[in-house]
Design a protein around this ligand. Structure first.
Ligand SMILES: [Fe+2]
Ligand SMILES: [Fe+2]
Length: 272
């Protein structure tokens, strides 16, 4: 089973660039094109929040148009740049979505159980797993305590050393850690928000952050360095699940890169 995780799309109204700089719409189109050319195809694609940039219905309309060519089944999650009302107005009939309230849900039809959380706090950059959301997650985890499970959430609940960004991580993270630590069947907590590829151990499982399919956040590991965006290569994560090997994650860069057959002299020299 292959799960493609795309994150932090930050889609704009037609013709606009994020922060006047990043052509996020073009970059998402390139990501979709690359996903469509993957062999084998992913079983599903999860977009882990910051689907749009300014929370407008016009942006969600553009998002819908850009996502339409995707061949694999798609599931959407909320980030701090999202707006549940505008999102539901444009995507009113997604069968996996609850009609009101938090945009969280469980996918039971795959070999790995997938729980998608909604950490959005309206008007805030940080996320939250408050008592209501935690109670919902507790019930979902209790329903299938032995099934391998991946939790997707936009805001990482763990610290990463990106000090400027860590301030906006998910609140309620200590209670969340206690809950997840009680469920060793949780194979992964897969996040977005930080626009970099990051891995850590947290709450007895692996925490990961997917890079953005658009701009990245500069690797600044000091409080004296405020967050900045950087045009490092856009990328996505491919999570491979196999009952024998467990969960393995690859970072797939988006773009055309020179490739050399192992029959060529240069490649033989590299790998000999
Ligand atoms: Fe983002
Ligand atoms: Fe975010």
């Amino acid at each position: 089973m292959i799960i493609a995780q795309i994150s932090d799309l930050h889609v704009q109204p037609a013709g606009q660039r994020a922060y006047g700089i990043v052509d996020t719409n073009r970059l998402l189109a390139a990501a979709i094109d690359q996903l469509n050319r993957l062999q084998p195809q992913p079983d599903l694609v999860i977009a882990s929040g910051d689907l749009v940039d300014e929370r407008t219905a016009a942006e969600y309309e553009m998002l819908k148009a850009l996502l339409a060519p995707l061949r694999a089944p798609l599931y959407l999650a909320m980030g701090n740049h999202d707006n549940r009302t505008a999102f539901r107005t444009v995507f009113p009939d997604l069968p996996y979505l609850p009609p009101t309230g938090f945009v969280h849900y469980v996918l039971e039809e795959y070999p790995v159980r997938i729980i998608v959380l909604d950490t959005l706090v309206d008007g805030a950059g940080y996320g939250d797993m408050d008592a209501e959301r935690l109670t919902w997650l507790q019930a979902q985890l209790a329903a299938q305590p032995h099934q391998p499970t991946i939790i997707f959430m936009h805001h990482p609940p763990f610290a990463t050393g990106l000090l400027g960004m860590d301030q906006s991580r998910c609140r309620g993270n200590e209670a969340l850690a206690d809950l997840i630590a009680q469920h060793p069947n949780v194979q992964r907590v897969a996040c977005g928000h930080l626009h970099r590829s990051i891995q850590t151990m947290w709450a007895g499982t692996v925490g990961s952050v997917a890079p953005s399919v658009a701009h990245q956040v500069a690797l600044k590991l000091s409080e004296a360095q405020p967050p900045a965006l950087v045009m490092e290569p856009p990328a996505f994560h491919l999570h491979l699940w196999d009952d024998a090997t467990g969960l393995v994650t690859h970072t797939a860069f988006i773009g055309e890169f020179a490739a050399y057959s192992c029959q060529t002299k240069a490649a033989i020299a590299l790998y000999a």
